[in-house]
Design a protein around this ligand. Structure first.
Ligand code: SF4
Ligand code: SF4
Ligand code: SF4
Length: 254
């Protein structure tokens, strides 16, 4: 990734939301304990949930949400051309996220179901990287605010911190959790990238893979585990499709 080579003291940053719930932006805005120190580094040029400033000169653009309308395509291209570094953050931006469930049905049919005869400008859901070049992706639904801060600081300082390569199971086992497979649940922890501190499984909820695939995953042994435990493959496929992160691995394409 490009190092910015900043000549000014504060880094100019903007955050832009597209189709999403804006939960990832909220994560950053709610980080009261470290937000002042984080903002010390940054000159907020455009960030609807934090500031009323609206300028088009920014070094880093944080982009949240998936792309589902023609006007969003054009707006995203403009943001890309304004920014030196574009960071997609949140599973909607990185993978399409839960919004991608829409792509499983014919577009006209779903529009009619929801809006009746009203004309709606809508497109199949796309990731940010389907439209423009993305310098860095920070997955999660929502993102981990510590991780976003760490990565933005690393871009600013040129230290280039990456995402964890190992799966959620590593963090889950460090917490001495009982494995949910042993309780009869399908959990995507063995194939999902860590970095969330196994927040769901620690709360006894199976991982749905919001951070996308870990590196070098053994998907075959994961499916073998599901069948050995006599757990339903349909349930596994449904979980794999939830955030649109595992499309290359899913057996059913429904
Ligand atoms: S990734 Fe999740 S929390 Fe973030 S904007 Fe999308 S739906 Fe909301
Ligand atoms: S509960 Fe999930 S994340 Fe935790 S060890 Fe079991 S499979 Fe891995
Ligand atoms: S446990 Fe899985 S679904 Fe939950 S936050 Fe972590 S990666 Fe996302």
């Amino acid at each position: 990734m490009q190092h910015l080579g900043f000549s000014h003291n504060k880094i100019k940053i903007g955050s832009f939301d597209f189709t999403c719930c804006e939960g990832c932006q909220l994560q950053l805005a709610n980080r009261e304990s470290t937000l002042p120190a984080f903002l010390e580094l940054l000159d907020i040029r455009n960030f609807r949930e934090i500031s009323s400033e609206k300028h088009d000169d920014y070094d880093i653009a944080l982009v949240e949400g998936s792309i589902t309308r023609e006007d969003e395509v054009e707006r995203l291209k403009t943001i890309r051309s304004n920014a030196k570094v574009l960071i997609a953050y949140g599973s909607c931006a990185c993978f399409g996220g839960v919004n991608s469930l829409k792509n499983r049905f014919p577009l006209e049919e779903s529009v009619k179901e929801v809006y009746g005869e009203k004309q709606i400008d809508t497109l199949p859901v796309r990731r940010v990287s389907d439209i423009v070049h993305v310098d860095f992706s920070i997955p999660g639904c929502p993102v981990s605010k510590e991780e976003v801060e760490r990565i933005v600081v690393s871009v600013v300082t040129g230290s280039m911190i990456g995402l964890p390569k190992y799966p959620v199971c590593v963090e889950c086992k460090q917490k001495l959790n009982t494995c949910l497979f042993d309780l009869g649940e399908i959990c995507l922890g063995p194939i999902t990238r860590a970095g969330c501190d196994a927040v769901c499984t620690t709360g006894k909820t199976p991982c749905l893979g919001c951070r996308g695939p870990a590196e070098d995953i053994n998907f075959t042994s994961f499916t073998e585990l599901v069948t050995e435990k006599q757990l339903p493959v349909d349930d596994m496929n449904e979980k794999l499709g939830f955030y649109n992160c595992f499309e290359e691995f899913r057996h059913d394409k429904s």
